[in-house]
Design a protein around this ligand. Structure first.
Ligand code: GAR
Length: 207
């Protein structure tokens, strides 16, 4: 059974999808053992507590730079004996220390079809605003391994949805979450825990 640690910063609906998948037996060979939040008031923490999952708060604002903040998060994950680290709405870009400690053992859910609408500055609602401004007709979500380059690690799963006339960033965000993120994140986590994701450079293969 692998220990899954989840990093959060906000509402935690993706964490909830993981908890629901765990409770329904969809996540094989893994258990969420710890939730770490970069914000003390993140609602995601309540979701963890309701499900008796251990929580830690490591406030970004209490650290002077990204190096010391990354060190604190990395040390906490090592202490928690994390086998898999899931970024589920975690809004801080950490430096290479964490990638060195957990190579190909961290995954992130991004609310667009990478390599579009990703990288620095593309997070949360901003992504959906940019999608609507661009006029693309399809968007979606991506789960990928975390590497040093923001949103550029090997892609594990993607799912697309239509952009519709009259969409607002909020409406689109909800569709992407419901139809894409909350489905492909638990699936990717289970595949990892079952040892079914093979990584070869940028390419992953589900075995
Ligand atoms: C989700 O849409 C997630 O994909 C996105 O923030 C939202 C968090 O929602 N993450 C990013 O934009 C990271 N680049 P949640 O807290 O309800 O899971």
């Amino acid at each position: 059974m692998l220990n899954i640690a989840v990093l959060v910063s906000g509402g935690g609906t993706n964490l909830q999808a993981l908890i629901d998948a765990q409770n329904s037996g969809e996540i094989k060979n893994g258990k969420i053992t710890c939730v770490i939040s970069s914000k003390a008031d993140a609602y995601a923490l309540e979701r963890a507590k309701k499900n008796s999952i251990a929580t830690r708060v490591i406030e970004r604002s209490e650290y002077s730079d990204i190096k010391s903040y990354t060190r604190a998060v990395t040390d906490a994950l090592i202490e928690e004996k994390a086998d898999l680290v899931v970024y589920a709405g975690f809004m801080t870009i950490l430096d290479s220390q964490i990638v060195e400690a957990f190579p190909n053992k961290m995954m992130n859910v991004h609310p667009a079809l990478i390599p579009s609408f990703c990288g620095k500055g593309f997070y949360g609602l901003h992504v959906h605003e940019a999608v609507l401004e661009s006029g693309v007709k399809l968007t979606g979500a991506t789960v990928h391994f975390v590497t040093e380059d923001c949103d550029a690690g090997p892609i594990i799963m993607q799912k697309a949805v239509e952009v519709k006339n009259g969409d607002t960033p909020q409406i689109l965000q909800r569709r992407v979450m419901e139809e894409c993120e909350w489905k492909i994140l638990p699936k990717s986590v289970s595949l990892f825990c079952e040892g079914r994701i093979k990584v070869n450079g940028k390419i992953t293969e589900i075995i």
